[in-house]
Write a protein that binds this ligand. Structure first.
Ligand SMILES: NCc1[nH]cc(CCC(=O)O)c1CC(=O)O
Length: 319
């Protein structure tokens, strides 16, 4: 047994440390080698600028990828929804483990559910996708809400509710689960109301393309269904030519008849942040067995969404 430690490059945010720690344990199990966390600071961590202005969530990923390419670390763990859809040739996603809860959740004052928020409620989120869908829901249900652009880590966001600045914030269930704060959730938003970001709730374990032994070892942590689902979701995002800060939601899941998995369904949404227009479509097909088949499912839905005017809704990048 090779006892040399594997170096895992991670951001130092609480969420990144939590998910890297969990993956480190799993990698240790399958490789029999100790895993050492190497902290790397990214521009996205230090900048207080609006995410859309500094080039979207890719800013979190670049520094980790640079460390991988320089050989300073052996592998890295990313939130899949923060990964740009183009994969560099010299890096591979060696594993996409089983996805966590993909839903968005509400953390509101006084334990309120979304439908219980009073008129005029101020809801914080930095995500145009969440704004578009929350505003669309409010419009069609006779609610008035105000979506407020916020940034910061999970603690900062929840802090806006605790200090009374906002009535609620919207976060990903997976992130709260991973840092052990799921008890803060006051409402799980149905994916029929708010479709999550492509890849939300899933992690990607990335390493250098020439590291065949490590790729093979990490592959044991791969879940083929999660990989097929997130591949289809990200293919949709790429085919819409939307960036990671675009108002695009996507979720693929398996349709089963009893115990027997029949098909994969892919749902997609794109809208204006004020919620006045949403294009929301779904398609189903055989469960993809190859990367190309998963990509094709995403492209197919993108073509249908573009035919319904999706492109015109993505002009507004920021906020
Ligand atoms: N946008 C930042 C981000 N990237 C990944 C997660 C955690 C959830 C996940 O892994 O999908 C979060 C926090 C959030 O959106 O609340």
């Amino acid at each position: 047994m090779n006892e040399q430690a594997l170096r895992l490059g991670t951001r130092r945010s609480k969420l990144a440390m939590a998910q890297s720690g969990q993956v480190a344990d799993a990698v240790s199990q399958v490789t029999g080698r100790p895993v050492e966390l190497v902290e790397i600071t990214t521009y996205g961590d230090t900048s207080r600028e609006n995410l859309a202005q500094i080039g979207g969530t890719g800013v979190f990923v670049t520094a980790l990828r640079d460390a991988l390419l320089r050989g300073e670390v052996d592998f890295a763990v990313h939130s899949l929804k923060d990964l740009p859809t183009t994969q560099p040739d010299d890096l591979v996603l060696a594993a996409v483990p089983v996805r966590e809860d993909p839903r968005d959740v509400l953390v509101a004052r006084d334990g309120l559910a979304f439908a219980e928020l009073p008129n005029g409620a101020r809801i914080g989120t930095g995500s145009p996708r969440r704004m578009a869908q929350l505003n669309a829901y409010a419009r069609s249900h006779g609610m008035t809400i105000e979506t407020v652009a916020i940034r910061g880590n999970v603690d900062t966001r929840i802090g806006y509710v605790r200090n009374g600045e906002l009535d609620a914030v919207v976060l990903a269930a997976a992130g709260l689960n991973r840092i052990g704060r799921s008890d803060e959730v006051t409402d799980f938003l149905s994916v029929d109301t708010v479709l999550p970001a492509p890849g939300q709730g899933a992690l990607a374990i990335e390493c250098a393309a020439d590291n065949a032994d490590l790729i093979a070892a990490l592959g044991e942590l791969d879940d083929p269904f999660t990989r097929a689902a997130v591949t289809a979701e990200r293919s949709l995002l790429a085919a819409l030519e939307a960036g990671c800060s675009a108002p695009v939601g996507a979720l693929a899941d398996l349709l089963a008849d009893g115990q027997i998995v029949k098909e994969m369904r892919l749902r997609g949404v794109v809208g204006t942040t004020d919620g006045s227009t949403l294009v929301q479509l779904s398609t189903t097909g055989p469960v993809p067995e190859t990367h190309d088949q998963a990509m094709a499912l995403g492209r197919e839905l993108a073509a249908e969404m573009l035919a319904k005017g999706a492109a015109g809704l993505m002009g507004e990048r920021a906020l």
